[in-house]
Ligand binder design. Structure first.
Ligand code: TYD
Ligand code: MG
Length: 471
């Protein structure tokens, strides 16, 4: 039991605190997430703000503030520099999240190895691994500049920070936020209040000294629970590692960036010697050998400012269940349901007695609507056992009324498709499809108004054909 302040109950989902236990958090509506924690000593929270006249803050005119300190530090890891908008910003706090085992520690050590050329020394605080374990990994990764990377295996954040001060670090890496704790709170490491407080301490430490800090955080597959999600608003940049652990591809996505664009991605391949950047991701995500099979369609997905070709694989089989299955990987279940509903309503294909499986190869995610048209054609292909002509690339969003809507970045998608040998691009009728800029060759762009038109173009005569040829 706590000493002065007594205890409070903190929701591990959203961080809301309560004076007594309740089953459901009134802030985020989640059930059974309240955990008893020691409350901060009475008056502590108030005293932070009621600092009185002795500690006056000062305002500065914008014109007098030098922009020098925000000069970026290029890491030398070109893919990473491009991703975060040109390099690390002094005083910038970055959160790198991802599932356990996705490669966060590996990436941080590789980054430290590159960065230690220009930023000496770098301090790597590890709360979860021993120094020997880190050394073993460093040997495997063939990390250079070893003498400029200082390791500290410590969980107490205050003693870590006071210890590293004398080394005058130029970059601090904390791996991971769930394993460090502040002695200001009595709750266990990894609880929401510890995570938040430690992140606040690190942020202040970094900002006061113009020191970049990189914080590693584990995110569970289910999402936010006890995860670094609660930190997103505190830090400047949030990067998430995505990808199936069973595949070797890892996508590092910018979720938030105060110093650059969001939504950008960098693709890496996990090898026996660490993460290697993949310069042309489309080559990896598309296996041309499979393109001819029914149910498999290539679509260009827009990831930030770049287009990546992805392979959509679908399988439609007869269902013996009263509620047929809709199984997805890398695709929003609702997006699949929507496309199936549009196909049923506007094109007359029947899926009510079919199980539908759909996934994106290589661990990529279809999280933008530009793949709708491709998904619809893949489903029809699998239902009726017909493969899409090899050289057609479908690009379009489907509306609920069965129209094909033009999508953003068509030029980039077409350019990427052409690089891969596609000759015809199926796009929506309206919109600024760049016939002028990149698809100038006549006959390359095929405009379709509705999904029906698209089906007629790709599978002529299929809709009126009897269903006997299915499955
Ligand atoms: P790790 O960086 O420890 O993951 P995280 O810090 O996100 O929990 O990496 C974990 C996986 O990566 C582990 O299963 C082993 C694999 N790995 C490689 O395949 N090659 C390598 O060179 C290294 C260091 C790890
Ligand atoms: Mg790790």
């Amino acid at each position: 039991m706590a000493k002065k302040g007594g205890t409070r109950f903190v929701c591990q989902g959203c961080g809301q605190s309560f004076s007594k236990w309740v089953g459901q958090c009134s802030s985020c509506s989640e059930w059974n997430l309240l955990v008893e924690e020691a409350a901060p000593p009475a008056g502590q929270e108030v005293s932070r703000f009621a600092s009185g006249g002795s500690n006056l803050a000062l305002c500065h005119p914008l014109s007098e503030i030098s922009g020098e300190s925000s000069a970026r530090l290029a890491t030398g890891f070109d893919v990473f520099d491009d991703l975060i908008g040109g390099g690390i910003v002094p005083g910038g706090i970055t959160l790198i999240g991802g599932e356990p085992g996705v490669g966060k520690s590996t990436f941080m050590l590789q980054l430290a190895s590159r960065l230690s050329v220009i930023l000496k020394p770098i301090i790597y605080i590890s709360g979860e691994e021993s120094l020997t374990q880190i050394k073993l990994r460093a040997d495997r990764l063939k990390v250079g500049n070893e003498k400029d990377i200082l390791l500290l295996s410590e969980q107490n954040i205050e003693s870590s920070l006071s210890c590293i001060l004398s080394y005058q670090p130029r970059l601090v890496i904390v791996d991971s936020i769930q394993t460090v704790f502040t002695s200001q709170l009595e709750s266990t490491p990894g609880s929401v209040s510890q995570i938040r407080e430690c992140a606040a301490v690190l942020t202040k430490f970094g900002k006061d000294r113009n020191l970049p800090v990189m914080i590693v955080g584990h995110v569970t597959k289910e999402g936010a629970i006890a995860g670094p999600k609660v930190l997103e608003h505190i830090v400047d940049t949030v990067l998430y590692f995505e990808g199936e652990l069973s595949s070797q591809f890892r996508v590092l996505r910018v979720f938030k960036n105060r110093f650059g664009a969001t939504g950008e991605v960098a693709v890496f391949q996990m090898t026996t010697n660490g993460l290697l950047p993949v310069l042309n991701p489309s080559d990896l995500f598309v296996s041309r050998a499979h393109v001819e099979s029914p149910g498999v369609v290539i679509v260009p997905l827009l990831e930030g400012s770049r287009a990546i070709l992805a392979e959509l694989q679908t399988l439609v089989t007869h269902s013996f269940l009263s509620m047929p299955r809709r199984v997805v990987a890398g695709i929003e279940p609702n997006r699949l349901n929507l496309v199936v509903a549009v196909l049923e309503k506007h094109c007359g294909f029947k899926f009510y007695n079919k199980d539908v499986f759909a996934n994106v190869a290589g661990g990529l995610r279809l999280n933008e609507p530009g793949g709708d048209l491709g998904l619809a054609l893949a489903l029809i292909g699998s239902l009726r056992n017909r493969s899409l002509p090899r050289d057609i690339l479908p690009i379009g969003e489907l509306t609920l009324s069965g129209d094909v809507r033009p999508v953003a970045g068509v030029d980039r998608r077409i350019a990427e498709g052409r690089r891969f040998g596609f000759k015809h691009f199926l796009v929506g009728e309206r919109g600024e499809t760049g016939e002028k800029s990149c698809a100038a060759r006549s006959g390359e762009v095929v405009r379709v108004r509705t999904l029906r038109d698209a089906v007629e173009h790709v599978f002529p005569g299929l809709r009126s054909a009897p269903e006997a040829d299915s499955n």
